[in-house]
Design a protein around this ligand. Structure first.
Ligand SMILES: O=C1O[C@H](COP(=O)(O)O)[C@@H](O)[C@H](O)[C@H]1O
Length: 257
């Protein structure tokens, strides 16, 4: 697993713009060398703002959208089209405005599919398994870029502090009793997150500063799930100044103006 690099931007707005630029460049780089790329989306404030910034960028046309696989790190277990679904926010902010191959947009299904949360998690695990290549050496693809928002409690995807999902070895789980509504969710687990080539944690706001500090310390992921958010080749903590305010001075960081 890679050691995190911390990159700090002025405020939430600049953070979303900078992460958007980074996503575009990252995907273009991967597509130039391999033809297709994979991107794992997050819900949450900065996650969706980043997608809106990608949509607003003229550079978005540099991405070959037809050869991009879109996955989700987590989903709220709600019917298709529900405004609280991460998918709904992502479609409105970006996905409906670009020429994606619908077969490559891999949603986590909700209760309107007729599946229970467990069945939906298993169905997603099966999709991941089918998409995995021999060189991935695991039950899921090694995603090129996996975006994760982070809550003030340090949760990432739908992995909340102290919950059984943090001990899971299966790639995808149903989460019940989430402390943040809605209570039922589907989430990738830490082994799949940690198999991604690049994991980018994006967070803004003073209410996240303590969790950011712990996520970059020796604290374990059961206490602070974001402490387990590490990519195989690269881990970025992309923060605004407020979220970075409690990082110890001894920890290196890159700050933009
Ligand atoms: O519920 C969720 O919250 C987190 C973080 O959201 P934020 O609004 O505090 O940025 C998000 O990463 C996750 O995907 C989502 O389901």
């Amino acid at each position: 697993m890679s050691v995190p690099t911390v990159i700090i931007h002025r405020d939430a707005d600049m953070l979303a713009k900078a992460v958007a630029a980074r996503v575009i460049t990252g995907l273009v780089d991967v597509q130039s060398s391999r033809g297709s790329a994979s991107l794992v989306l997050t819900g949450g404030t900065v996650g969706i703002a980043t997608l809106a910034e990608i949509a607003a960028s003229p550079a978005r046309d540099a991405i070959d959208w037809r050869h991009l696989d879109i996955w989700w790190g987590d989903e709220r277990f709600l019917p298709s089209g529900d405004p609280e679904r991460n998918e709904t926010g992502a479609r409105a902010a970006l996905l409906d405005q670009v020429d994606l191959d619908p077969a490559r947009v891999h949603v986590m299904r909700g209760p309107d599919s007729g599946m229970t949360a467990e069945e939906s998690a298993d169905a997603y695990a099966e999709k991941l398994h089918r998409a995995a290549l021999p060189e991935d050496h695991g039950p899921a693809p090694s995603f090129d870029i996996l975006l994760l928002g982070m809550g003030p409690d340090g949760h990432v995807a739908s992995l909340f502090p102290g919950m059984p999902a943090l001990y899971e070895t299966r790639p995808v789980v149903a989460v019940h009793g989430s402390p943040k509504p809605p209570p039922t969710r589907i989430s990738l687990t830490l082994p799949v997150i940690q198999a991604a080539r690049e994991v980018w944690v994006v967070a803004a706001g003073a209410e996240k500063a303590s969790a950011v500090r712990l996520a970059l310390s020796d604290t374990g992921p059961v206490q602070i799930p974001a402490a387990g958010a590490r990519g195989r080749q690269r881990t970025l903590f992309l923060l605004d100044r407020a979220a970075a305010a409690k990082i110890p001075a001894s920890l290196g960081r890159i700050s933009s103006p």
